[in-house]
Ligand binder design. Structure first.
Ligand code: SF4
Length: 362
């Protein structure tokens, strides 16, 4: 099914959110486990990476997971989505222990899903262990960040794709994130086609300015067209998977099952986006004054200082800190921030104030 995202009337959108939060009791945790990264990409922002291993011990992480689940359940949410990122999160020395701990709680949840954003530099053997550690999860997904400066020979490109194929064959949803720097656009696009032809999803991301608020200059019309509509996500994992993941009973309404985000315009018409990452390509990221459920149905944790906030972009006071504790909001709250720049933030259900469309239907 193809879909023209450029037809979405972004100026007239009144309500939107990730469908797994619109139609399920999902609480979302986005956890930046540390800034340590084994890569040193020339374009990486200095605050985003470090050579120092700055990870919090497993016991502290375990206590935080327990507290998140307790508070979320008190508010009526018993499905969980944990998204682990970094730095390079797989270098947390107890990464697989954290995954196993989450996996052991699946039986107590309506739905449990797990996501990681990784440069996928770990060897194939690590991916085999990762599958075992997460095999009871209802859904496991990977955003594989592609860094051409390190994945820089045909053999490395092939190995990168092999690991992602292994993940797909083991029931993990995969998409490769490629930042399409304008000067290297065509080279990157050729690599993207290689992965696409191996039936691995690729998300073409525009390069943002250093504050991540708007798309940089330098894209031609043809480039912009490919950024807006290029390579829609397909259900390749469903075709390739050789394993069956546990089933759950929380069905979601409507078609476009591979499309993450549902939007509603002022006439009540529904629109869909395959990936929340596409918001920035349309500069759809200003929600000041909207009612937003982040802080109530979602949190972010950011190391190395262990701050817990409603979302990455929010200017609100933090909800707490990983060592000293935190408290979730008791309901949705008005957005006071100038822009909502991370897809982890923008996909959390929101609506324009005064709107009668329910924030979610669970
Ligand atoms: S900046 Fe924060 S409060 Fe505002 S829309 Fe984004 S997530 Fe919600």
């Amino acid at each position: 099914m193809t879909y023209d995202f450029t037809k979405i009337p972004f100026d007239d959108i009144q309500h939107f959110g990730i469908r797994s939060m619109l139609y399920r009791d999902t609480f979302t945790v986005s956890w930046l486990l540390g800034r340590f990264c084994n890569y040193r990409c020339s374009y990486c922002w200095p605050y985003a990476r470090s050579d120092r291993k700055d990870h919090r011990p497993f016991n502290v992480c375990k206590g935080t997971i327990d507290d998140i689940k307790r508070q979320a359940r008190e508010r009526g949410f018993n499905s969980f989505h944990f998204s682990l990122s970094g730095g390079e999160p797989t270098f947390h020395p107890e990464y697989l222990d954290i995954v196993r701990y989450l996996n052991d709680d699946v039986v107590n949840c309506n739905v449990h899903s797990l996501h990681m954003t990784s440069n996928c530099s770990r060897p194939m053997k690590w991916f085999e262990e990762y599958y075992q550690a997460s095999k009871d999860m209802h859904r496991v997904s990977i955003t594989a960040s592609y860094h051409r400066e390190h994945v820089n020979t045909p053999k490395r490109v092939e190995e990168f794709a092999d690991k992602l194929e292994f993940a797909q064959e083991h029931g993990m949803q995969v998409t490769i994130n490629m930042v399409m720097v304008p000067e290297l656009f065509e080279e990157h696009y050729e690599d993207a086609l290689y992965f696409h032809n191996r039936n691995i999803n690729v998300t073409l991301k525009p390069q943002s300015d250093p504050t991540a608020s708007f798309v940089v200059d330098g894209y031609t019309d043809s480039m912009m067209e490919r950024l807006h509509n290029g390579m829609p996500q397909k259900g390749f994992t469903d075709i390739k998977s050789k394993v069956t993941r546990p089933k759950h009973n929380m069905k979601m309404k409507g078609g476009y099952s591979n499309y993450q985000v549902e939007l509603t315009d002022s006439k009540g018409k529904k629109w869909f986006l395959d990936q929340a990452e596409r918001f920035n390509a349309f500069n759809f990221n200003k929600f000041t004054g909207w009612e937003c459920s982040s802080g109530y149905r979602s949190i972010i944790i950011r190391e190395p200082d262990g701050t817990i906030k409603r979302s990455y972009s929010c200017h609100d006071e933090p909800l707490g800190q990983i060592e000293t504790g935190f408290k979730l909001f008791d309901g949705p709250a008005i957005c006071i921030s100038p822009s909502c720049v991370s897809s982890a933030d923008s996909k959390i259900p929101k609506r324009k104030v005064g709107n009668s469309i329910p924030l979610w239907t669970v």
